[in-house]
Design a protein around this ligand. Structure first.
Ligand code: NCD
Length: 331
């Protein structure tokens, strides 16, 4: 798909306001219209990023964005940092390992400290589900959730939807298999919410020990057999085994997991011939995905997902700071 121009807000019913939220905490708060609005806005930034222009944009010039990461991250932190800088903002990063959090400061006290510095937006990652909402309730600026525990990772789901839309021409009416450690995955949760909302058939493929209880309530079909679960799928989305979130023995061994749930070239033949393979990263090569699949230039979208991540985060930062910047047409 080529780039789409940003449609006027009037094209996005209902309610008149194209994106009426102060914060981006989760996909659960969004309508299909709002998701499409963000994706369309991101297309503009994909073009700008690809143009290689030395000067990018100064839409956020003079604004300060704080990236407060209480949990490790490579691509999400860098992606938000690059996104803010490409929009001309001053971006500062707070790593919890070097902060007063390690000295026993409470989350609320850290939030109040960041708030007193008068940031214009905060991007927060935290290991506890619900922590980002807690901070959003206490501060005066828009807050973007960069992943909270097992709860949500909304910008990941938005960048995945954009990648699918660009690769397959649409992100509706598709069969999408989300495979692996669904139990511990905020990526899976946000993607299930976004992809079902947009009108796709979502399948969960996982061993029983890594399938969340009551997942059926999220309008998905569950499979424990990988070959059955990815049969005729348009999209095969692989997830990392999140060992750091496992507090017991969920699996016999990584070797056995690979034998039953690893995405190999032979197994991928069960999906549609033009199916794409996605992974949010970081990958465990040889565990959930074989290198020959991950590096397949035709099927794998893994590097494109990273590229779309910058564009989607530029769109989110731009949209959420518009009220503050009093951009014409915004309340
Ligand atoms: C994911 C995360 O942190 O939730 N990574 C990411 O943001 N790209 C998934 C993971 O850690 O496996």
């Amino acid at each position: 798909m080529t780039s789409a121009t940003l449609r006027p807000a009037s094209d996005y019913p209902p309610g008149g306001d194209a994106f009426r939220h102060r914060h981006l905490i989760g996909i659960a708060q969004l309508t299909p219209w709002e998701i499409s609005y963000v994706l369309d806005a991101a297309e503009h930034w994909v073009d700008l990023n690809r143009s290689g222009a030395a000067k990018h944009d100064d839409a956020l010039a003079g604004l300060t964005i704080i990236n407060a990461f209480f949990e490790n991250s490579t691509r999400t932190l860098l992606s938000f940092e690059i996104a803010g800088k490409r929009l001309g903002a001053d971006v500062v990063n707070m790593h919890a390992a070097q902060s007063s959090v390690k000295k026993g400061e409470t989350l609320i006290d850290t939030a109040m400290t960041l708030n007193a510095m008068r940031a214009d937006a905060m991007v927060i990652r935290h290991h506890s589900s619900g922590a980002v909402q807690l901070i959003a309730d206490k501060v005066d600026c828009p807050v973007l959730n960069a992943g909270d525990g097992r709860h949500e990772h909304p910008t990941q789901a938005l960048l995945d939807a954009l990648t699918i839309r660009r690769r397959l021409g649409r992100v509706e009416g598709l069969t999408i298999a989300i495979c692996g450690d669904v139990l511990h995955s905020r990526v899976a949760r946000s993607n299930i919410l976004a992809l079902t909302l947009l009108g796709n058939e979502v399948r969960i493929v996982a061993p029983p020990t890594l399938t969340p209880p009551a997942i059926d309530r999220m309008h998905v079909t569950t499979f424990t057999d990988m070959d059955e679960g990815i049969k005729d799928a348009d999209v095969v989305m692989m997830l990392r085994l999140q060992n750091e979130r496992m507090d017991g023995a969920y699996l016999p061994s990584a070797r056995e997991y690979h034998a039953l749930y690893g995405l190999t070239p032979t197994r991928l033949e069960k999906a549609r011939p033009d199916a794409i393979v996605m992974h949010p990263g970081p990958m465990n090569r040889g565990v959930e995905i074989d290198s020959s699949v991950a590096d397949d230039p035709v099927r794998s979208t893994i590097t494109e997902q990273v590229e779309m991540g910058v564009a989607v985060r530029m769109a989110c930062l731009d949209i959420l700071t518009r009220r503050k910047r009093k951009v014409a047409g915004w309340a």
